[in-house]
Design a protein around this ligand. Structure first.
Ligand SMILES: *Cc1c(COP(=O)(O)O)cnc(C)c1O
Length: 395
């Protein structure tokens, strides 16, 4: 009998009958393996030997002095293999798929980063891989399409709807329902029907566990504030989770404000969204007055999902975490700032967290500690930022 864990009113399993069997099979398998010592040992080895964990916790001394408030540390998820936190989740899920006897992996991707991470781990583990990508996204991110193919994956452009991430998810769900026998659906963030939000969080919570241990060693105490960017919310959940019970630790999520959370060109779900049901879960979404999912916009392709994972909706509703919207302009300024100040070019997604941190750190005491999760590296974004600044470069 299925026992669906929810986050207050958020989460759940809102999927068509055709997908329910697949969801239940996954639920049973995850329950079986999540505390299995053999599974945990294999995953720990992959984190260490393939992804390059633990990632560094780096004291940003110049930035600390410049901002004149809290002592700032950067959690360097950008140094993982494939350049972001996404590999943590994909290694976990595909290892699980292998235990379940699945031979074929499907995934959705927006900007292509989750698709590339999935294609990478499929190459490593010898799995067949098929990535669904909105046709508009596939055109915008042609380099990532080629990257996935190079790694041996099929990429299927999805023409329906707006040809973006939400349409790719719909198509992946359809494939899963049809091919559940041999196919595993690897979701890229803390979203979708139970048990995905919990499972993806569990595969990402290593980030916060490492922060806690590394800071204990360096400072002998907990941080006062942890800041992370929020798209679907997986790097933020990963960074936050181990601190939820530590009430002295302020948790701050930075959403993509786009051209402003008070404009139509935004992806600031918490600032602007309402409760709804979409992609298998009850959560907060950007939707119009008819309940149709609204188009989203942000300079950061990794943050422009029209919803947020249900656990974030819960952390927001209960006041345990604060969410702030960061505009494109603020994110680009933070992108440039961290590059110059510390010699670290962050992903434009992560730059949203840096921007939020730059506002909060000066209001904190010098004896306080802030950790910013740098979810990924910015090499992929240099061309776009140059264009945003009106600088002519060849790509
Ligand atoms: C995909 C991505 C994000 C957004 O996804 P979350 O699930 O919100 O973490 C953030 N940063 C980087 C570098 C990404 O690749």
């Amino acid at each position: 009998m299925s026992k669906v864990e929810k986050f207050g009113e958020f989460g759940g399993q809102f999927v068509p009958e055709t997908v329910m069997n697949a969801v239940h099979e996954l639920e049973d398998s995850y329950a079986k393996y999540k505390d299995d010592p053999q599974f945990k040992a294999e995953l720990a080895e992959l984190y260490k030997d393939y992804a390059g964990r633990p990632s560094l916790l780096y004291y940003a001394e110049k930035m600390t002095k410049d901002l004149g408030g809290a002592k700032i540390y950067l959690k360097r998820e950008d140094l993982n293999h494939t350049g972001s936190h996404k590999i943590n989740n994909v290694l976990g899920q595909i290892l699980l798929a292998k235990k379940m006897g699945k031979k074929r992996i499907i995934a959705e991707t927006g900007a292509g980063q989750h698709g590339v991470a999935t294609a990478t781990v499929c190459a490593l583990m010898g799995m067949e891989c098929c990535v669904y990508m909105g046709s508009v996204d596939a055109e915008r991110q042609s380099l990532n399409v080629y990257r996935m193919k190079l790694l041996g994956s099929d990429v299927v452009p999805v023409e329906s709807g707006t040809g973006t991430l939400k349409d790719a998810i719909n198509e992946a769900l359809r494939d899963w329902a049809t091919n559940v026998e041999n196919t595993y659906y690897c979701i890229g963030s803390v979203m979708g029907p139970y048990p995905y939000p919990q499972m993806v969080r569990d595969f990402q919570k290593i980030i916060g566990e490492e922060i806690k241990a590394q800071l204990m060693e360096k400072e002998g105490k907990l941080p006062d504030c942890v800041v992370a960017c929020v798209g679907g919310g997986s790097n933020a959940m990963g960074a936050f989770y181990d601190f939820i019970g530590d009430k002295s630790v302020r948790l701050v999520g930075a959403e993509a404000g786009g051209e402003g959370a008070d404009t139509e060109r935004t992806a600031a779900t918490i600032a602007r969204g309402t409760t709804g049901i979409f992609h298998g879960m009850k959560s907060i979404f950007l939707q119009d007055k008819y309940g149709q999912i609204a188009p989203v916009y942000s300079i950061s392709a990794g943050l422009d999902y029209p919803g947020i994972g249900p656990e974030h909706a819960y952390l927001h509703e209960t006041g345990r975490a604060d969410y702030v919207a960061v505009t494109d302009e603020e994110a680009v300024c933070a992108f440039e700032y961290l590059s110059r100040m510390e010699g670290v070019i962050p992903a434009v997604e992560s730059a949203h967290a840096v921007a939020a941190a730059m506002k909060i750190a000066p209001t904190m005491g010098k004896d306080q500690i802030m950790v910013i999760n740098i979810s990924g590296r910015g090499d992929k974004d240099v061309y776009q930022v140059a264009r945003y600044r009106g600088v002519e470069v060849e790509n």
